[in-house]
Design a protein around this ligand. Structure first.
Ligand SMILES: *Cc1c(COP(=O)(O)O)cnc(C)c1O
Length: 365
């Protein structure tokens, strides 16, 4: 399947709505469980819970940022009706063992491709392994359309169901579209790696005040959002940006090579990349034992280093985990991962001087 050509077909208000649509088409709802990895963002459990189902969190793999096939095997039971497999930061999950396990149990796999449309596993594109996959096009993703998401469905029967459902969805109101468009133009104009920390703090203040469309609205408007398509002007922007998909991939690979070559020995450890996997990174992730010190220094010197995910279900603090049915201690590796991961920017605005400045900072640790 040509994923890039497929992406503009079933476009939703957000990526999580694409996940929701696939789960609904699979007949998943109340009383069912959907397994997904911890070390994810609230969008994923929101998409699951919007169907009435309950998320079941699986720990991350040893040394990596993706789902652990062994913990998945241990936690699966007859209540689990689907598994979401996320390719975190663009690193493909261990698709070989996972697919084998799920085929044996007859459980459908949905890939979370929000961080990559181009990574491969044994020469096959991620997104084409399971019954379907979903994508996101908001700020920070490889292709930015404003806000929005998409689903591809590999199983023909399921595709018919998803597209029938898709035809019942509404367009977002012009007010919401305007808000998202203003946000998009502001980001385009203001964001560069050296303005990252300022843009981020302004965006957080605005979304708290309701003046910007935040990424997580666990209490308001959720049900309504799950009945929306991607707005037409955003869809058109997506189509246009997909024309440059190849340039996005080349740029990502180039920056990843520069980071890899320039990082100091020791100090920062790269997450596991499974055998046969070729990542196209959304950001360049690193384990680091002094996360808070590195971030403080980065903010002080205006270097873009991101902190996510800061918790196993970003941005929920421990006292909020029960909202998404995450049991403290059930995913110990994901819990400690959140305290150790940082990531370097990969996008069209990262210039050679930014790479140099970032690497210089990293060498101080
Ligand atoms: C961004 C993202 C999503 C979905 O985001 P939406 O805001 O719903 O478009 C889902 N999973 C992961 C891992 C993401 O990074």
């Amino acid at each position: 399947m040509d994923v890039v050509n497929e992406l503009p077909r079933l476009t939703f208000y957000r990526g999580r709505v694409g996940l929701f649509a696939i789960l609904k088409a699979l007949g998943i709802g109340q009383g069912d469980r959907v397994a997904t990895q911890a070390f994810t963002c609230l969008a994923v459990p929101e998409g699951i819970m919007a169907t009435g189902a309950t998320p079941l969190f699986v720990d991350t793999e040893k040394g990596g940022v993706n789902i652990c096939p062994n913990d998945l095997a241990a936690k699966l039971d007859s209540s689990v009706k689907a598994v979401v497999v996320q390719h975190t930061f663009g690193i493909p999950a261990q698709l070989g063992p996972i697919r084998k396990l799920l085929e044996e149990r007859g459980i459908p796999m949905i890939e979370d491709c929000c961080h990559t449309f181009a990574s491969t596993y044994v020469n096959q594109l991620v997104g084409t392994f399971g019954v379907g996959a979903f994508y996101s096009f908001e700020w920070g993703k490889p292709i930015v359309a404003g806000i929005g998401g998409s689903a591809i469905v590999n199983d023909p029967e399921l595709r018919k169901k998803v597209s029938d459902y898709y035809d019942t969805l509404d367009e977002p109101s012009w007010k919401r579209v305007l808000k998202v468009q203003l946000q998009y133009w502001a980001f385009e104009k203001l964001y560069r790696p050296e303005t990252y920390w300022k843009v981020r703090s302004t965006f957080r203040k605005l979304s708290k005040a309701g003046a910007a469309e935040g990424n997580y609205n666990p209490t308001e408007g959720v049900a309504e959002d799950f009945h929306l398509k991607m707005a037409k002007p955003l869809h058109d922007r997506l189509v246009e940006k997909l024309n440059d998909a190849q340039a996005v991939v080349e740029r990502a690979n180039h920056l990843a090579r520069q980071y890899a070559a320039g990082l100091p020995e020791g100090g920062f450890v790269r997450p596991l990349v499974p055998e046969g996997a070729v990542p196209v990174y959304a950001r360049y992730p690193l384990f680091c034992l002094e996360k808070q010190r590195v971030l403080a220094k980065a903010e002080e010197t205006g270097v873009e280093i991101a902190d996510w995910y800061t918790t196993p279900v970003h941005p929920l603090g421990r006292e909020e985990w029960h909202h998404v049915h995450l049991e403290p201690g059930s995913c110990p590796r994901a819990e400690s991962l959140s305290d150790q991961i940082i990531s370097l920017p990969i996008n069209q605005k990262v210039k050679p001087a930014d790479v140099e400045k970032t690497l210089r900072l990293m060498k101080e640790f």
